[in-house]
Design a protein. Structure first.
Length: 438
């Protein structure tokens, strides 16, 4: 079967894209279709749900952080051997930052770059024929972004479905399904978005319910025929971030979960060995490794356990005396001297850097970032630029006495100042790296 692809888009977050995507992934997989999922934008949560639903690894593609050649390479790698690739948009389909050359971070950029049609998910609660006006706007806003069809979501009744469907079909867009309102289809959330798939105690049963719903609500045969055969030129890994070492000690448990799938798969593909360990189980990094990586996650939910993990803290200190240690976001918080949890209780962290952070004194930080590295380290040489993002509610309550890890600018190049800390071979920042900059 020729590999086909379609993008699941919507006017805004909260329209039901994730539930529709997860349900479709499982529904097609149950039919024997080799289906793969992709999430646009900087999102650690949804690729995990995609992987559970499809039975294959998820992927993020970000048109702002990744150069077009890297996007092409990663997309073709994910599509290889698949029958169908379903790409879930972040936020609204056209939402991104105002930059040139279609590198806004929006899913619409990928629709243009790859020539993939969009399945528009419309939450029609509180409206009927007005849904057609919204669909009309999407169909004509950008001629290079093609709307393939519409799925109605959260309709209140069959009468409601008919009113919306007839109005939309009258403007020339097919309606391939309608999902009736059902609160049981919602996924649980927490402060950074959805609860992770690994934390959902009945994840498989929930995905099965979503698949049942999509199977009875959406014409899967028509949807598959609307998906476009993949015809994308080959890309390049030139802008991919190289492995930080040959053997990488990777913190991996409920407190440390946020490592992008494309980084992990690329590091392994070029010969690096990833050696996981669990700080929550009081495990130390393998001292035969070349570098230790503490990814982001939810350390604020496990601060007490991490504070009491004497073997982890002592082992990490021994490792850091000789070899590089890097922490991203949550990992950066654990590298500091103290972390205040949501209840206002302060816990001693590893103290390998001198800052302190708080989750009780919250301030949301969200956005694309360009990081210029200040000193040679595991992520690159001094002066090299990385593209990535920040997304956290914790804040620094004591900046400490360390040199900065990087100089940071926002997605449009506006200088934000120094970021993170560096002391000897130890470094960290709230910055999540995605790819090399231009």
């Amino acid at each position: 079967m020729t590999t086909r692809a379609i993008i699941i888009g919507a006017p805004r977050s909260g329209s039901g894209k994730t539930s529709v995507t997860i349900g479709l992934l499982r529904a097609f997989a149950r039919r024997g279709v080799n289906v793969r999922g992709i999430k646009t934008g900087p999102d650690y949560i949804d690729p995990g749900f995609h992987a559970f639903a499809a039975g294959s690894a998820g992927l993020n593609l970000d048109s702002w952080a990744m150069q077009p050649d890297l996007l092409r390479y990663l997309f073709l790698e994910q599509a290889a051997g698949a029958d169908l690739v379903i790409i879930e948009s972040a936020m609204g389909l056209f939402d991104g930052i105002p930059v040139a050359e279609h590198r806004s971070g929006s899913a619409a950029d990928l629709a243009r770059l790859f020539g993939i049609p969009v399945l528009l998910v419309l939450d029609v609660s509180g409206q009927s024929q007005t849904a057609a006006a919204i669909a009309h706007g999407f169909a004509h806003y950008d001629p290079a972004v093609r709307m393939g069809a519409v799925v109605l979501n959260r309709a209140g009744s069959e009468r409601h479905r008919t009113l919306c469907s007839e109005a939309i079909e009258n403007i020339g867009l097919p309606v391939v399904g309608c999902v009736l309102r059902d609160p049981s289809l919602f996924l649980p959330e927490r402060h950074l978005g959805l609860v992770q798939a690994s934390e959902h105690s009945e994840i498989d049963a929930h995905i099965e319910r979503l698949a049942d719903t999509m199977e009875k609500s959406i014409d899967l045969d028509v949807l598959l025929s609307l998906a476009t055969p993949v015809e994308v030129p080959s890309g390049s890994l030139e802008a991919a971030i190289a492995p930080p070492g040959q053997r990488i000690a990777l913190a991996e448990d409920a407190a440390f979960t946020f490592l992008y799938p494309h980084l992990k798969s690329h590091w392994r593909a070029v010969g690096a060995e990833i050696v996981p360990f669990s700080p929550l189980a009081d495990q130390a990094p393998d001292e035969t490794c070349d570098v230790c990586w503490l990814p982001g996650g939810y350390p604020e939910l496990h601060a007490g356990t991490l504070a009491d993990a004497a073997n982890f803290k002592a082992g990490l200190a021994r490792f850091a005396a000789k070899k590089p240690v890097h922490g991203e976001c949550g990992g950066y918080m654990v590298l500091g001297e103290a972390l205040e949890d949501a209840d206002g209780v302060t816990h001693a962290m590893t103290g390998l850097l001198s800052h302190a952070t708080s989750f009780a004194k919250r301030k949301m930080n969200l956005g694309y970032r360009q990081a210029t590295i200040t000193v040679d380290g595991p992520l690159g040489k001094a002066g090299e630029v990385l593209r990535g993002h920040e997304f956290h509610y914790a804040r620094v309550t004591d900046p400490g006495r360390d040199e900065p890890f990087a100089e940071i600018a926002d997605g449009q190049g506006r200088v934000l100042g120094p970021s993170g800390g560096r002391r000897g071979p130890v470094s960290g920042s709230f910055f999540h790296a995605i790819a090399k900059g231009t």
